[in-house]
Design a protein around this ligand. Structure first.
Ligand SMILES: [Zn+2]
Length: 844
């Protein structure tokens, strides 16, 4: 699964050491007290094995209920059993019987408490015996729907979306989300990740809709009353949380990888966009198959984009479900950046679906791999620099969490299984795999993965299964590696000092400065590198002690040595460097990620002199992220006016010719800020560029052109555009030029946008009514309050709050904000709100 972080606009910050430790010292006490109350969570005991399920479902869209008939085939796992315990949440159980061929045994004794169904068998079963339970039930997914986790925002298991088609523009559909243990909200099962079953599912759906489930569609039978029965067969065993269905008026785009059928399901009208968004799927499958030496394990692979999904995406076996942010039209898809999430769910088909973490404590065995697949695909498709930079972003996400809440990667003590979906299981897990790969070498690492997958195919696994596979292939004992990275908390914090007094034999002093009362002394192979002309030389140094000094014996004299230049080690702290040395690093390093880091260090030190040299170089850098970063730095402040004047020609060429649309847009932004009238012609032409990134930035440039301003009627031709980048550019123009009478366009655009687009547009929307159409503020307030009160996405409620802050001088606004803010379901937002509202109340 992938969380929603992809569409949040906040960026993580990494705190420096000071102060963090003070906070930790206080929290530690609470932590120990709490820990006693946090239960140890073993893998579920396997009493009965659920082997096969036949499931017939009918949907009552009006009352949002599911009518079900489940036939469950069970056998004792090892010990004789007299009872079957099933998970069945919030059902009305109508009858429970045992079927023996054509006979029904109905006088069963069972107990149901709306969570578990305990069925007492008439006679004890021994291994080899199979019992068929026949259960008629009604499921009520809406009942007791809860809060979920950071990654999954609800626990209904099955979701009816606009079931009676009452919301204009919103399609009617239903879809499921099983992870962690929510499949038992719609069918009775043993809802544990170490269970595995095959199944046949029959879905009765409206004739106008399509259904998607795991495995193969075997048969479709018209029932003659506007309904149809679809039969889906899953004949390979997988875990209950991976069972899924989706039903809706979807269009299907077909593709293939060899004999493997692929389907991309989207709302009608988005077929061409879907073909582009998911275009990499066949190559990705081919690449992963080759890397792992294991063919795609399942019958087909469908990817389905739904509305209101409770997570980023979910890896249901053969049927991954994605959030609506992946619903792009053909033109938007030109700039699609969703490959990472597509790779993540695809890699889960091996890691998670074929081999499955035996318990949520071991969740990282699913998520570390899915997370790391994003790196693998990035490096393969977009180059090493891009992949390395992504790893740095992952690291920062982990530090943001580890600074306040360090925990073990594999942790058996937790209160709620949803708590495992965090930056440890994902980010740290992926980074640890990367370090294991570097330590073992590519050949051993991937051969180890092959052994792990083939040996444990269709089985539940724990961390030691991975360790043993890697040990068997490499001949190395990896207990130390696993103890330090999987079973202990923390990461190394290094201070590195280099003595350059003997340039042909540098002395490097490493100090591990993490709190050694709490964290281990890390055993760490670390790469030291330097350049002799254009030749990059490297040496691996083994750190084993808290304080260690190493003579490099480099031979030829060198002026600068780099420790962890490629940023591959999960560690904090850095080597002690001067501004001049960072400048040298930027000029000399062959690794994009190291040049990027040098630039960042100079920026955070406000090293104006060195930046004056570096900024022009960023525009010629081979790594697009550096060109983009350089442009955004030039945009900030008057400081670079002189530099800009010299670079104008170069920036214009980037706007016209760069291969990366984000760089082109960044260049246009600089030109729009610097000299909008001078580029009027270019902006006018590029406002029709196929890329919305480019066209939106050009439109923004036109909004800034004054004297004479761009003609209103020409700008109005963009009112039909639905992409938010265009809407934002146009809104800027209406604001800058104080164009009256655009209320209806602002209203319409506001109601059409959602997600990230709405977030950006909201600020312009507020400003228009505050600064231009001031007599109609009421309209704006109504829309903004509706978002603040009812929108299900935290970042959008936050956006509405921030926009409403502009209106607090209006009668009653502050009181209403207070009233709504108090009821907000997010604790984080509530404390953010109350901070500002208290300040405002004091002022007024
Ligand atoms: Zn995942």
């Amino acid at each position: 699964m992938v969380g929603l972080e992809g569409c949040k606009s906040s960026s993580g910050t990494v705190s420096d050491g000071d102060g963090v430790w003070d906070t930790l010292a206080v929290e530690e006490q609470d932590f120990w007290m709490e820990e006693e109350a946090i239960p140890y969570q073993a893998a579920a005991t396997r009493s009965m094995d659920l082997v096969h399920m036949k499931l017939q479902l009918e949907f009552d869209w009006k009352s949002q209920q599911v009518k079900g008939l489940a036939q469950l085939f069970l056998t004792p796992y090892f010990y004789p059993q007299k009872m079957v315990v099933l998970d069945a949440q919030d059902f009305e159980v109508e009858s429970v019987a045992i079927s023996r061929g054509t006979d029904y045994f109905e006088g069963l004794n069972y107990r149901y408490d709306e969570k578990e169904l305990q069925v007492y068998l008439p006679e004890e079963l021994v291994p080899g015996d199979t019992v068929e339970l026949v259960i008629y039930y009604v499921a009520f997914p809406e009942k007791n729907s809860g809060e979920g986790s950071a990654a999954i925002t609800d626990t209904k298991g099955l979701y009816f979306i606009d079931p009676l088609d009452t919301i204009p523009g919103k399609p009617t559909m239903l879809w499921t989300q099983g992870e962690t243990q929510h499949s038992s909200k719609w069918f009775p099962t043993i809802d544990r990740p170490n269970e595995r079953l095959t199944h046949d599912i029959w879905l009765t759906v409206p004739d106008s809709m399509v259904s998607i489930s795991n495995g193969r569609l075997i048969q479709q039978e018209s029932l003659g009353n506007g309904l149809r029965k679809d039969y889906w067969k899953m004949d390979l065993p997988h875990a209950p949380y991976l069972v899924a269905i989706a039903v809706g008026d979807f269009a299907k785009v077909t593709a293939s990888h060899g004999d493997l059928p692929l389907g991309y399901y989207v709302e009608k009208g988005f077929e061409k966009g879907a073909a582009k968004v998911f275009a990499s799927t066949p190559q990705m499958i081919g690449y992963f198959e080759k890397t792992l030496g294991v063919p795609f394990p399942w019958q087909k692979y469908d990817q389905i984009v739904v509305r209101d999904f409770v997570s980023g995406a979910m890896e249901n076996t053969t049927a991954s479900i994605f959030m609506e942010e992946l619903l792009l039209d053909e033109r938007e898809a030109l700039d699609s950046e969703w490959d990472y999430i597509i790779a993540h769910e695809l890699f889960h088909q091996w890691f998670g679906d074929l081999v499955t973490a035996e318990s949520w404590s071991n969740l990282t065995l699913n998520e570390a791999f899915a997370n790391y697949s994003e790196y693998l695909w990035n490096a393969h498709r977009y180059g090493q620099d891009q992949a390395d930079l992504k790893l740095v972003v992952e690291k920062e996400g982990y530090f943001a969490e580890a600074d306040t809440e360090p925990k073990e990667l594999i942790r058996y003590n937790y209160a709620d299984s949803e708590d495992l979906f965090d930056a440890h299981s994902y980010n740290k897990g992926g980074l640890v795999l990367h370090m294991m790969r570097r330590q073992l070498g590519d050949a051993a690492f991937f051969k180890g993965l092959n052994l792990y997958l083939t040996k444990h195919a269709f089985q539940a696994v724990e961390a030691h299964d991975l360790r043993l596979a890697m040990e068997q292939v490499s001949g190395q004992d990896l207990n130390g590696f696993f103890n330090q990275w999987f079973f202990a908390e923390g990461h190394p914090e290094l201070t590195v000092e280099v003595d350059y007094s003997k340039p042909e034999n540098l002395l490097i002093r490493f100090s591990q400065v993490q709190d050694l009362n709490e964290f281990p002394v890390f055993q760490l192979p670390i790469t030291v590198s330097w350049y002799e002309g254009a030749v990059r030389k490297t040496k691996t140094v083994q750190l084993t002690k808290a304080e260690q000094e190493i003579a490099l014996e480099n031979g030829n004299p060198i002026s600068l040595v780099y420790v962890n230049e490629g940023q591959e080690i999960l560690m904090k702290g850095n080597q002690v460097m001067s501004n001049a040395q960072y400048l040298q690093q930027f000029k000399e390093s062959q690794l994009g990620v190291a040049r990027y880091a040098a630039l960042d260090s100079l920026v955070s030190r406000e090293a104006a002199e060195e930046l004056g040299v570096v900024l022009p170089l960023t525009l010629e850098d081979s790594f697009a992220a550096i060109r983009e970063r350089g442009l955004s730095l030039l945009l900030g402040g008057d400081q670079w006016k002189e530099t800009l004047a010299e670079l104008e020609g170069k920036i214009y060429r980037l706007a016209e010719e760069d291969t990366d649309n984000k760089v082109r847009a960044g260049a246009l932004e600089v030109l729009a800020e610097w000299n909008p009238s001078g580029y009027r012609g270019a902006f006018t032409r590029l406002a029709r560029d196929p890329s919305y990134l480019v066209a939106g930035a050009a439109l923004m440039g036109l909004a800034r052109v004054a004297d004479p301003a761009v003609e209103l009627s020409w700008m109005e031709t963009f009112e039909r555009e639905t992409n938010f980048r265009m809407s934002v550019g146009l809104a800027e123009y209406y604001l800058e030029n104080k164009v009256l009478g655009k209320g209806p366009w602002f209203e319409q655009t506001f109601s059409k946008l959602s997600g990230e687009g709405l977030y950006y547009f909201m600020g312009y929307y507020g400003s228009y009514y505050l600064e231009v159409e001031v007599s109609q503020k009421e309209k704006a307030l109504r829309q903004l309050f509706a978002v603040l009160e009812y929108n299900t996405k935290d970042f959008l409620r936050l956006g509405a709050f921030q926009t409403l802050l502009g209106f607090v001088m209006e009668e009653g606004v502050l009181d209403k904000m207070v009233a709504i803010a108090e009821k907000d379901q997010s604790e984080d937002l509530q404390s953010y709100y109350s901070y500002y509202l208290e300040l405002l109340k004091e002022e007024n």
